[in-house]
Design a protein around this ligand. Structure first.
Ligand code: GDP
Ligand code: MG
Length: 441
């Protein structure tokens, strides 16, 4: 798999300021192959990898990661961006009913989706009406009636002898019906063919024209593979659609169709269908799809671990400073600034033996305190920051004035720093921390 192939190139050197073209190209070759394996169309693969290459070569190096890991991270971010770029929710009409039309090839999963969507909307306090406009397949109307019954929603179907064979009329009548009976969402199920077909396109386009839907959802089977682009483009030209629903994601399709369709039509994927049951349905998650396309689960875990190991190294360096009394006010300020990112600080402290006691204080951390501390430390000279013993009365007065604080504030900060340094020294040497009157940091 891609994961195993990439793991090899992950054993590379650390960053050197910027990634070199060789670093990037080696990894991108693997990515390109994986995307083609996942049935992403060649055009899309080319454009995608060239965009990633440009970005990878211009990005600053992330010191925690090696070149291959960085490229993978960029690839993953770009995938998620493209897949989620146009993401949005269903658009409801200002004046009900909202009209949602489904279009797609036969067997794509439209009728099944109609039921899923109706159930989903009914849970959200809507009163949907399913409309049977597939008058092509012998059992299509009956199938929708069964689906409606299972979903617990109403179905509008043509009465025998009245409009049979004319899906446009059925669609128009259903909207009148919905208006009368106060259904607030109309879901129009349409006919499909096995392949793209002019007559089918015209019928769908006519239904669209007659009903002016708020949403036209193009339903596509994720297993369709390399045919995805041509099919999507044919429907975009023939009917046009406002959003995409990907079906049969419970199968083993890698989901390249998702990327191809979004890239080539610029329409958002709105939902994912993941089985034959009515509840096998969810909003579309770009990050999950990105992992699925590249099968990068393992690699992304490795990247996370690399970043964690890097944090651990920083923690070790900090510990060394504590132990050797070389922890300065500047380090102190830096640590406080990192408190803004409490998660990372807590993690770092968690890695220092015995520092658990400080975690509670982190929970009480006050951002304003940081602003005051920054002001005071920035008013000190470099020498003063490195050695608090220099801070006599007149220096403290100067610092107080420079930072707009009082001498009492300056004193409090210096005391806190000295206590913290002492405490952390004990901790770093493996002892139990004593926190004499160390107020909230
Ligand atoms: P339509 O021709 O577009 O209306 O497609 P249908 O809704 O009739 O679905 C065609 C077949 O695919 C049926 O057997 C469905 O049960 C099945 N199906 C639909 N959606 C899914 C899905 O997400 N996963 C799986 N495994 N099967 C599905
Ligand atoms: Mg159908």
């Amino acid at each position: 798999t891609l994961s195993t192939r990439l793991t090899e190139s992950l054993k590379n050197l650390r960053g050197k300021g910027k990634l070199s073209p060789a670093d990037v190209d080696g990894t991108l070759r693997e990515i390109r192959r994986a995307m083609l394996d996942a049935d992403v169309s060649l055009n899309v693969v080319k454009k995608f990898t060239s965009d990633v290459r440009e970005r990878a070569l211009s990005d600053e190096v992330n010191k925690a990661l090696n070149p291959a890991q960085q490229v993978v991270q960029i690839v993953n971010e770009e995938l998620v961006t493209i897949l989620g770029g146009a993401q949005r929710r269903l658009e409801f009409a200002k004046k009900p009913p909202t009209i949602i039309m489904l279009a797609g090839l036969q067997g794509a999963g439209k009728t099944t989706l109609a039921g899923k969507l109706a159930k989903y909307l009914a849970k959200d306090k809507h009163t949907p009406l399913l409309v049977a406009c597939d008058l092509q397949r012998p059992n299509a109307v009956q199938q929708l009636e069964v689906v409606g019954k299972n979903a617990g929603v109403a179905v509008y179907s043509p009465e025998p002898g009245n409009g049979v064979g004319d899906p446009v009329k059925v669609a128009k009548d259903s909207i009148k019906f919905a208006n009368d009976k106060q259904y607030d969402v109309v879901i129009i199920d349409t006919a499909g063919r096995l392949g793209v077909d002019a007559e089918l396109m015209k019928q769908a386009a006519d239904i669209r024209k007659a009903t002016s839907p708020d949403e036209v959802l193009f339903v596509i089977d994720a297993m369709i593979g390399q045919d995805a682009v041509a099919t999507a483009q044919a429907f975009q030209e023939g009917v046009d659609f406002t959003g995409v629903v990907l079906t049969k994601l419970d199968g083993d399709a890698r989901g390249g169709a998702a990327l191809s369709v979004v890239s080539e039509t610029q329409r958002p994927i709105m939902f994912a269908s993941t089985g034959e049951n009515l509840d096998d349905f969810e909003p579309f998650y770009p990050d999950r799809m990105a992992s699925r396309i590249l099968d990068l689960g393992d690699i992304l875990t490795l990247i996370e671990q690399a970043q964690e190991a890097f944090d651990e190294k920083e923690a070790a360096q900090l510990q060394e400073k504590f132990a050797t009394d070389s922890f300065t006010l500047e380090d102190f300020l830096e640590q406080m600034q990192q408190l803004k990112n409490m998660g990372s600080m807590k993690k770092m402290l968690g890695m220092l033996p015995g520092a658990g006691a400080m975690k509670e204080q982190l929970d009480n951390f006050d951002e304003r305190e940081l602003v005051r501390t920054e002001a005071i430390i920035q008013s000190m000279t470099k020498a003063e920051r490195q050695n608090t013993k220099l801070l006599n009365g007149s220096r403290r007065l100067r610092i107080a004035k420079g930072s707009g604080m009082t001498v009492t504030d300056v004193n409090a900060l210096v005391n806190r720093f000295e206590q913290a340094a002492k405490m952390m020294k004990t901790v770093a040497k493996g002892g139990m921390p004593q926190i004499p009157g160390m107020g909230p940091m």
